[in-house]
Design a protein around this ligand. Structure first.
Ligand code: NDP
Ligand code: GDR
Length: 338
């Protein structure tokens, strides 16, 4: 019997890492996750998908070349998915150097590890629609020039080109997925979708009164993370490496997101709960992101399954269930303490 394929995944504790681990395990892969040293690594997302005991974790940091070489040398994966990054755009204005270090240079460290240890390992880089920034074309495709608008976007442009460069310089099978925003019940609470759906759940349950937001007119092309990890895998199954836009080809405003989320819990006068707070505006905004994923559809046979309304409603429903469970646990522990 042949040995299962092995994949090394950086960023496995993040949203996409958890969904990709689950996806690869279902395909029969051995999954190894690179995690940075911490007194208690957060395995919460892997646990919520029920796969925390099925992945092997190895220590490593995108800031440390040696640790990545060590992990690749020890594990000898067939595929390497680089999902790790400082991924929150506003944070990148506060920590531009660190963002460049991990989100940008970290990609070179991964590629160098592959080049030194085994150039046959296939590589996926988590590139981003933020590279289009002040968009030069609508919708954005693989041919659209980049114009990043944040230190994060600038670092991702570097990561994109170094991935192309190692493909052209050393013949590596290295591909960029240019992914537009993708969300899920496992999304970090600082990102707009989860910030809205968790607040809506708490407001519906009487646990919170107001929701403070920034620019309601910003537009994004939002998809479901569970759909997008399949596209990552498909890219590495192609004979030739290449770059692909992954998106839903629909755009919605933050205002629509807020309306759909509140409507799900029966609240129509949502303006009563929303406070516009200048703290959540950005120094430079990305206004109109909408992807054209024709190449992925035709060449990879990929298409998204969950639409915008389905996504927002799934997230609100899970946040209601989550908050309800937390309330019940609190009541239960109060009873025990009494
Ligand atoms: P998350 O923010 O949820 O996860 C980021 C992951 O990176 C975490 O596991 C984090 O580990 C890890 N990480 C951060 N810094 C380091 C480091 N120095 N060394 C090792 N690991 C590190 O991101 P997502 O899952 O949403 O996104 C995955 C990737 O896709 C990111 O590169 C992101 O920039 C990119 N992307 C995301 C999109 C989206 O809409 N979600 C769209 C386009 C691109 P820890 O738990 O230790 O913090
Ligand atoms: P983004 O995601 O910057 O697109 O990056 P985010 O959800 O943070 O912002 C989307 C849009 O919502 C507007 N907005 C707010 N955003 C946040 N976070 N908080 C608010 O209160 C708020 N009010 C309005 C923002 O101005 C913005 O226009 C995500 C990350 O996952 C990146 O890593 C990834 O590369 C890109 O998506 C594609």
């Amino acid at each position: 019997m042949s040995r299962p394929k092995k994949a090394l995944v950086t960023g496995i504790t993040g949203q996409d890492g958890a969904y990709l681990a689950q996806f690869l395990l279902r395909k029969g892969y051995e999954v190894v996750g690179l995690v940075r040293r911490s007194s208690s690594p957060s395995l919460e997302r892997l646990a919520r998908l029920g796969v925390q005991n099925d992945v092997k974790l190895v220590e490593g940091d995108l800031g440390d070349q040696y640790s990545i070489i060590n992990a690749v040398q020890a594990e000898q994966p067939a595929e390497f998915y680089n999902l790790a990054a400082q991924s929150f755009v506003p944070e990148s204005w506060k920590t531009p150097v660190q963002t460049g270090e991990f989100t940008g240079l970290g990609v070179t460290r991964c590629l160098e590890a592959i080049r030194c240890v085994n150039p046959e390992i296939r590589f996926y880089q988590a590139s981003s629609s933020e590279m289009y920034g002040k968009v030069l074309e609508v919708p954005q495709s693989e041919e659209t020039p980049f114009y990043p608008r944040s230190p994060y976007g600038v670092a991702k442009v570097y990561g994109y080109w170094i991935t192309v460069n190692y493909r052209e310089s050393y013949g590596l099978h290295s591909s960029n997925g240019i992914l537009f925003n993708h969300e899920s019940p496992l999304r970090g609470h600082e990102f707009i979708t989860r910030k809205v759906t968790s607040a809506v759940a708490r407001i519906a349950l009487g646990l919170q009164q107001e929701l403070r937001l920034g620019n309601l007119e910003a537009r994004r092309d939002w998809g479901f993370a569970g759909d997008y990890v399949e596209a990552m895998w498909l890219m590495l199954q192609q004979d030739e490496p290449d770059d692909f836009v992954i998106s839903t080809n629909e755009t919605h405003t933050v205002r629509e997101l807020v309306e759909v989320a509140f409507r799900r819990v029966g609240i129509t006068d949502w303006e009563q709960h929303v406070v516009i707070d200048p703290r959540f505006y950005r120094p430079a905004e990305v206004d109109l992101l909408i992807g054209d994923a024709t190449k992925a559809r035709t060449r990879l046979g990929w298409s998204p399954k969950v639409d915008f309304h389905g996504l927002v409603e799934m997230m609100v429903d899970e946040d209601i269930a989550w908050e309800t469970e937390r309330m019940q646990l609190a009541i239960h522990s109060d009873r025990l303490a009494a």
